[in-house]
Ligand binder design. Sequence first.
Ligand code: ZN
Length: 426
Amino acid sequence: MSVSLEALFDRIDAKREDLIGLTQDLVRIPSINPPGECYEDCTHYIGERLEKSGFEVTHIRAEGAIGDSDAHPRANVIARWSGIEPGPTVHFNSHIDVVVPGIGWSHDPFAAEIEDGQIYGRGTCDMKGGLAASIIAVEALIELYPELKGNLEISGTADEESGGYGGVAHLSELGYFSPPRVDHVIIPEPLNKDRVCLGHRGVWWAEIETRGRIAHGSMPFLGDCAVRHMGAVLEAFETTLFPSLRQKITTMPVVPDGAKASSLNINSIHGGHPEDIDGLPAPLVADACRMIIDRRFLIEESIDEVKAELFDLLDELKASRTSFDYQIRDLFEVIPTMTDENAPVVQSVARAIETVLHKAPEFVVSPGTYDQKHIARIGLLKDCIAYGPGILDLAHQVDEYVVIEDMLDAAKVMALSAYELITGQE
Ligand SMILES: [Zn+2]
C-alpha cells in the first residue's frame, strides 16, 4: 500500500474550513498560563472532537504538580487511534497553554479574527495552529487509510510555558512518552514550516543575592550598601563574563544566528527596601539585593562548568572587594538536547517537507527549551523533534498570527511523515 499524494493532499485541502474553525475554537479558549486558565475547557474540546474521529481519549490531571489546584487544575488529554494491527506509534504533542497577551494589540487577542489569510490571536502561532494542523493531518490520514498497521496519538498538555511539570513531564513519569507505547514524537511548536527542529539549548535560572548592612541614609558610611555590591557584580559581567560568553560558539544549528553564542540575560534586579504605597522612600542603606539571571548554554558546555564560571567570578570579587559576600539559589535547569539528524522522525519529516514544499528543509535548534526535554530525559525517547506551521519570531508577540496556508502545508507534511513512519514506505 503506497501513499497517494494527490488523494492525501486533496483530502487535507478539503478540510480547510474545518482547520480554520478548529484553530479559532482553540484560540477562543483563553488558556492563559500563569495561572493556567481554562485548561479543562481546552482538553475537553480536544477530547470530544477526537472521540468522534475514533480515538480512545484519556484525561489526566497532574494532581499535586506545581500550580495544580481545584481552581486551576493541570488538565491533560491524550487521544489514541489504533489501527487494524499493532505497529509503530506516531505521537503529536502540543501544549494548550498560552502566555498573557500583553498590551498594544490591534486585534482582540482571543477573537481569532481572520485577515489576509491569517488568523490573529494569542496562541495562534504558539501553538494552537500547530495543534489544529496535527489534528487535521491525522484525521485525513485515518479516513484515507483506515487499514494502517500502527497507531496515532494526539496530546494536549499543560504548562509548557512554565516548564511543563504539570504537563509532559508528568505524563512522561507515567510512561506516556516511552517505548513501546510511543516510537516517534512530533511537537508542532512554531519553528517555520520548512524547518526540522532537532532540540534546544540548555537553561540555568538562578538568583544571586548580595548582602549589606542597614544604616541611616544620611550616614551611608555607617552601613554597607548591597546595591553597590551588586553593581560590582554587573561590572564584572560587563568586563569579564559577557565577552567570554560571546566567544563560546556552538556547532548546534541554533536559530537565530545570535543564539549560537552562549548567553546570559539579567531578568531583574531588586535592591533595598520597597517604597511605601505613597511612594515615599525610607532613608535606609540597602541591606540586600537580588538579581535573577537566565543563562542559556550550549551542548558543548556542561551545567557544572556553567555554574563554576559564575562562582569563580563571584569568588574573585569576594577576594578583591571589602565585605563582599554572595549567595546563589538555583531556580531551574535544563540540559541541552539534540536528536540525531539521521533519526527516523527527522529523516521522514525532512523528506515530507521536500515533497510538499519542493525545497530542502533546514535543520535547526531552538534557542529556548520546550517539552522535548522531558520526553528525552524522563521518557527516554530519542526520536523526537519539533515541527510546526507557526513563524518562530511571532511567538509571544503582540498581534501574533498563523498563516492558514502554512497550516495546510504543515498538515500535509505531518500526515505524510506519519504515514511513512507507520508503514515504512516512502
Ligand atoms: Zn510553544
